[in-house]
Design a protein around this ligand. Structure first.
Ligand code: NAP
Length: 326
């Protein structure tokens, strides 16, 4: 089968399209014919081998798992001996992070990493969903405890988390402001953001109104700046960003909560947990994926470059050319 592999950490041009052995599922796994896969920030970090946590996960000096890609959608082809949840032909999707291997024509996946894909959801849409939509749901609902009538700001709004996040927040009757670069602001308005801020021109922590809830994808400012932008009893939720800032959030969060009565919370992704909720929203026509692409498997290095440069809008999706593709 064809797969994108890398033998050393580095820029996207270390990625190569190669013929490799088709994998064989272990007892608790299924083999999935991959129809679409999306790019996540985690793939970017594992490609570069930064921060250090990514090397601790995938090899200190060179990558152990040579094919990246976690958010896949495809068709179950064969079952491991103990795999019982799915049958061959089932259309599934999910986040395989920790195992990876999605930038390939076939991948083995544990059954619990997969959910049935609703019939009305395309493989392309399904591949866009898992990590970004889970972070949005877990950030806004579980950690943020979003409530009707609140003012929400999403920092880093134009990628995967922000484009799902605004649609979910709108279901709660919330006013949503999105912060991103100028080229993405029209797209943000078109998917429901009430206000947009160009971060290259304006710092929302220094001017403007206060927010009841901030969902942060970039975490590029100090916790004191974020708390300044929060209304009394407001909640700041980070899903990721600068390691130093995340450490600051972890260490200062409890003190800030105590002294300033504002909350700092971190999301630790629970992969695939809320896919049933997302399926419901999707089937009710309440959620759409914003797709950048799709691109071909051979275009993964260029697509990865696009991701790293922040040129993408929504989710970058790669599709495979199988004869059974829909
Ligand atoms: N908590 C966990 O367990 C966990 C697990 C997996 C991933 N994550 C994290 O989840 C996040 C993924 O979010 P995503 O998929 O939405 O990312 P994304 O697609 O890369 O989107 C990020 C957006 O932020 C914008 N941006 C860049 N610099 C900015 C700045 N200074 N201010 C405001 N916006 C800025 C980018 O656009 P421009 O470049 O054009 O500005 C881009 O549109 C990452 O932080 C990742 O580390 C967390």
């Amino acid at each position: 089968m064809r797969a994108i592999v890398y033998a050393r950490y580095g820029p996207p041009d270390v990625l190569q399209l190669k013929e490799v052995e088709k994998p064989i599922p272990k007892d608790d796994e299924v083999l999935v014919e991959v129809h679409a896969v999306s790019i996540n920030d985690w793939d970017w970090g594992l490609l570069q081998g930064v921060p250090l946590a990514n090397r601790l996960e995938n090899g200190l000096f060179k990558p152990k798992k040579k094919t990246l890609g976690s958010d896949i959608a495809g068709r179950v082809e064969t079952l491991g001996k103990n795999a019982k949840r799915f049958k061959p032909g089932d259309e599934v999707y999910g986040d395989l992070s920790g195992r990876w291997g999605g930038f390939a024509e076939y991948v083995c996946a544990r059954e619990r990493s997969l959910a049935l894909k609703p019939a009305g959801m395309s493989f392309i849409e399904a591949a866009a969903i898992p990590q970004a939509a889970m972070l949005a749901v877990q950030g806004l609902l579980d950690k943020g405890q979003i409530r009707r009538g609140q003012k929400l700001l999403i920092n880093g709004a134009g990628g995967g988390v922000g484009t799902f996040g605004v649609q979910i927040a709108k279901l709660y009757g919330v006013e949503v402001t999105g912060v991103d670069s100028s080229g993405k602001l029209d797209m943000l308005r078109s998917i429901g953001f009430d206000q947009v801020i160009d971060y290259t021109k304006e710092d929302f922590t220094k001017s403007g109104p206060c927010y009841d809830l901030i969902l942060d994808v970039k975490t590029n400012r100090s916790m004191f700046a974020y708390t300044r932008a929060l209304c009394p009893h407001g909640v700041y939720v980070t899903v990721g960003g600068s390691t130093v800032r995340l450490l600051q959030a972890l260490l200062l969060g409890p003190w800030i909560s105590m002294i300033r009565k504002k909350n700092i919370r971190l999301v630790l992704l629970k992969p695939n947990k809320d896919l049933p909720y997302i399926n419901e929203l999707f089937q009710a026509g309440k959620l759409k994926a914003v797709i950048d692409g799709p691109y071909k498997l051979s275009e993964v290095p260029a697509a990865m470059q696009r991701f790293g440069a922040g040129e993408h809008k929504g989710k970058i999706v790669i599709t495979m050319e199988h004869s059974s593709n829909t």
